[in-house]
Design a protein around this ligand. Structure first.
Ligand code: AGP
Length: 605
């Protein structure tokens, strides 16, 4: 939640800060602001979109500054609550991501000693306490250390000082990276916001502070002990963050799926051996043979990818696998078997629920492998092993191409796992061959996506939409429902097709739209039963099926996708559901890329 961007160099900071914020807007977008040092600290902030704030922004001169885009937690969406917050003497400005648990107490302490508070936020206390410490003759680093020892909670924090030519950053639970340029430095919540300036970055760890000047930076523990940080390289794919000719990032990202899946699988399939190789997921053969089970953990779209991964692993590797809602994982004090395989799946690599599950598993003695998109993100670093899914930057809040590549990476892994156990070479080769064809099939479908508008028209007339799927299509139904709900705000229910008759069937009225995912996958016949049960009660079926399949006879609106082997169908059947959500949201006049109340990476539990 919330995005931070900072610049320390020789160029005009204000322009770079606005550009950086625009790149981070998907992290939070209810208000924003910047502060630049030019002798004095000059700041400007407002509610609304970053573009609105930027167009009203007065000319702020200076080559050092910090900026913030907010997703409100403490305090409503007001100009006063927007960041930056500046101390009353004007000498210290801060931007903060995270939540301070003891902010009430600290706010009271400030009020008691006569400090005027200007917002309702937890964050504001930072600037006042730091200013007070400076007043007492402390150096900025010492002042920050002292304030960090008072607060409890999470922070990604940047501090700008009127009297010093550097920015101090601190991290505890909210991501911050430092990008190293030539005589200029960048600070950001996400790597892709800095990729146009530099491909070298350092990710701060929890409990670290960094002192960042134009030529250099030092990373230290909170107690001031310097640490050596690893410089990471940010690949070219992370520079692809312009919207281009597309009206929305979501549509752009839907259309990028063919290419991004290609990135995910290229170089990882081994045709001659009928297998795949995921470098970060190499497990010793003796451990593989004794693997008791696999647990996959994620939230939202990542959870749906995990549910697909669970089925693939069981089908091809014949190892028991189970997927978990990350936010529920710790609540149930799970029994962790150190010999089992644990996979944490996340686009952002910052989702607090998933990160917390990873830590719980590690605390109980097992390793966790990350299946993550964002390079150097918290989950990737906390796991210390795993694979990147190579989707490139995903900026629409509604995840599309990351889903495809999560499923792509899990498919490769299931193949690798299967081949190291019982899956035959012949079957492995056939799977590899079919996987290679997928990017083209995705492109072909997107060129001619079928009657999406007719489906949208039907959906927009209804109070709610039911999504049904069976087997590997059941998580696809859930993903379709999530997408439509999050950007079109239409109540949706996703159910395994066979379970529909045990309750949701009561919802069906004349013309109720039901999206059914029904590839020719061996369980289709029973999905057909559910379709007939719905139709008998007046429902209208939006049928997503494979091309040329006679099942189309039962659909009221039929959306064919290219055919493939059953286990790979999610990578094609999900596409129409993404387009339905996109066009429904568009018709309703919603902000497709920035749906209300949501943020791209959810860094609070
Ligand atoms: C997807 O469209 C959602 N915006 C959301 O459910 C998301 O998938 C979830 O918050 C998990 O995010 P992550 O992949 O970054 O961990």
């Amino acid at each position: 939640m919330c995005g931070i961007f900072g610049y320390i160099g020789k160029k005009s900071a204000s322009d770079l800060l606005v550009k950086g914020l625009l790149r981070l807007e998907y992290r939070g977008y209810d208000s924003s602001g910047i502060v630049v040092k030019n002798g004095q600290l000059q700041s400007y902030k407002d509610t609304g979109k970053i573009s609105e704030m930027a167009s009203a922004l007065p000319r702020l001169k200076g080559s050092m500054g910090i900026a913030h885009t907010r997703w409100a937690t403490h305090g409503g969406v007001t100009k006063e609550n927007a960041h930056p917050h500046v101390s009353n003497d004007g000498k210290v400005a801060i931007v903060h991501n995270g939540i301070l648990q003891n902010s009430n107490l600290l706010r009271k302490r400030l009020t008691k000693i006569g400090v005027e508070l200007n917002s309702e936020t937890d964050s504001e206390i930072f600037c006042h306490f730091i200013a007070m410490e400076l007043d007492q003759g402390k150096e900025p680093l010492e002042a920050l250390q002292s304030v960090l020892s008072m607060v409890r909670g999470t922070w990604g924090l940047c501090v700008l000082f009127e009297d010093y030519d550097y920015v101090l950053c601190a991290r505890n639970g909210s991501p911050l990276i430092i990008g190293r340029g030539k005589e200029e430095m960048f600070v950001s919540s996400d790597p892709h916001a800095i990729r146009e300036h530099t491909d070298q970055l350092v990710a701060l760890e929890d409990g670290q502070i960094a002192k960042v000047s134009a030529r250099d930076f030092q990373v230290m523990q909170t107690d001031g002990q310097e640490v050596e940080s690893m410089l990471l390289h940010l690949e070219e794919e992370w520079s692809e963050s312009e919207i281009g000719d597309y009206p929305h990032f979501m549509l752009k990202e839907i259309h990028e799926q063919s290419e991004s899946l290609q990135h995910c699988i290229s170089g990882r399939l081994r045709h001659a051996e009928g297998t795949s190789v995921l470098g970060g997921l190499q497990i010793q053969p003796q451990n593989l043979a004794q693997l008791p089970h696999v647990r996959l953990i994620g939230c939202g779209t990542a959870l749906h990818a995990a549910q697909i991964g669970q089925i693939l692993i069981e089908q091809w590797a014949r190892v028991p696998a189970v997927s978990h809602v990350a936010s529920e994982f710790n609540a149930n004090d799970p029994v962790i078997n150190p010999n089992a395989l644990h996979l944490a799946i996340s686009q952002s690599g910052e989702t607090a629920d998933t990160l917390s599950a990873v830590k719980e598993i590690q605390r109980k003695g097992a390793d966790v492998y990350g299946i993550v998109n964002v390079v150097g993100s918290s989950i990737a670093r906390q796991c210390g092993k795993g694979v990147y899914i190579h989707s490139g930057p995903e900026q629409s809040v509604a995840s599309t191409k990351a889903f495809t590549n999560m499923v792509g990476a899990l498919t490769l892994f299931s193949l690798q796992l299967g081949r190291s156990r019982h899956l035959s070479k012949t079957k492995g080769k056939m799977i590899g061959r079919e996987m290679r064809k997928l990017p083209d099939k995705i492109r072909t479908y997107l060129e001619n996506p079928g009657p999406i508008n007719a489906a949208v028209e039907l959906i927009l007339k209804a109070k709610s939409v039911l999504f049904l799927g069976r087997g590997i299509s059941s998580p696809v139904a859930s993903e379709g429902a999530l997408k439509l709900m999050e950007i079109a705000y239409i109540p949706c229910l996703a159910y395994p097709a066979g379970e529909m008759k045990h309750g949701p069937i009561a919802l069906i009225e004349e013309n109720s739209p039901i999206v059914v995912i029904a590839p020719d996958d061996g369980v289709q016949e029973r999905t057909l039963n559910a379709i007939h049960e719905c139709k008998a009660r007046g429902a209208k079926i939006i049928l997503i099926h494979e091309e040329g399949d006679p099942i189309s006879e039962v659909g009221d609106i039929c959306i064919p996708v290219p055919s493939t082997i059953p286990m790979l169908t999610p990578l094609l059947t999900v596409l129409p559901t993404q387009l339905i959500a996109y066009h429904a949201a568009l018709e309703l006049g919603n902000d497709v890329d920035r749906p209300r109340n949501l943020a791209k990476s959810v860094t609070v539990e």
